[in-house]
Design a protein around this ligand. Structure first.
Ligand code: HEC
Ligand code: HEC
Length: 204
């Protein structure tokens, strides 16, 4: 293991600890209220295979995604570390309480599958460096880190390329993604997409 990778892992541990503290300090979410807010969201996220146009990739699955990560993602669209016109507009319209309510509802969806899923423990050399945080089975080890198992392959490629070209800013993932080639991005995305985990959940 290289020193650089070690440094990333230490940073990851630090973020895990601070993430847990931030999580416990966050406003308590009211999932019932969140459900009505999420109705709009599931108009895109709740439709299997729904596509973003220009560039074309599938809208990420949220069912079973880690709660604190969903909050971090929405805050990212609000403060500009993540760029997407629709999502920035959606997130800008949400208060902190709205975000807490919506993410606690979304995180409650698909939770059973994620708990049971991806126990194959399959190993894959190019993904080994990722397993320390995202889990060998693609289910992340911290509520602040996204699970990747079962996520759409083309969305994973898109996300990794955004870290590589600097469109999406994150101090942990930018250097991780910078070490990847186009080929390994494709292989890694295919690997994680093929594991059992996240799901598309429709509005009830
Ligand atoms: C018009 C379709 C659309 C609607 C409506 C929409 N989203 Fe999204 N959402 C997207 C797309 C496309 C992305 C991926 C954007 C990117 O590339 O960063 C995304 C990304 C996200 C992510 C990041 C997922 C990840 O794995 O990082 C979260 C969280 C999210 N949306 C939550 C919501 C919530 C909550 C709402 C409702 C308040 C909502 N979305 C409404 C299309 C939509
Ligand atoms: C030290 C912990 C750590 C390691 C190691 C790590 N990641 Fe991440 N990863 C994160 C964090 C934290 C985020 C969320 C960053 C953000 O908010 O954009 C993330 C986000 C992602 C996303 C975006 C997911 C989404 O839903 O949008 C992908 C894809 C990803 N990582 C793939 C990888 C791959 C592939 C590797 C190995 C080459 C890797 N990661 C290694 C911590 C890590």
């Amino acid at each position: 293991m290289t020193d650089k990778l070690n440094a990333h892992l230490r940073l990851g541990l630090l973020l895990l600890v601070t993430g847990l503290i931030a999580h416990s300090a966050a406003a308590d979410g009211n999932a019932e209220r969140g459900k009505s807010i999420a109705y709009t969201c599931l108009g895109c996220h709740g439709i299997e295979g729904y596509r973003n146009a220009y560039p074309s990739y599938r809208v990420p699955k949220l069912g079973g995604q880690k709660a604190a990560y969903l909050t971090i993602a929405l805050q990212g669209y609000r403060n500009g570390t993540r760029q997407h016109p629709t999502m920035s507009a959606q997130a800008a319209s949400l208060s902190d309480q709205d975000i807490a309510d919506t993410t606690s509802y979304l995180a409650s969806l698909g939770a059973d599958t994620v708990a049971a899923g991806g126990t194959s423990g399959a190993s894959f050399a190019a993904a080994a460096a990722c397993a320390a945080c995202h889990g060998q089975n693609g289910i992340s080890l911290s509520p602040s880190w996204p699970s990747l198992a079962g996520q759409y392959e083309d969305y994973l490629v898109h996300a990794l390329n955004q870290y590589r070209d600097g469109t999406r800013k994150d101090p942990v993932m930018a250097p991780m993604a910078a070490t990847l080639t186009d080929d390994s991005v494709r292989q890694i995305a295919k690997y994680f997409a093929g594991l059992e985990g996240l799901e598309t959940t429709a509005a009830e």
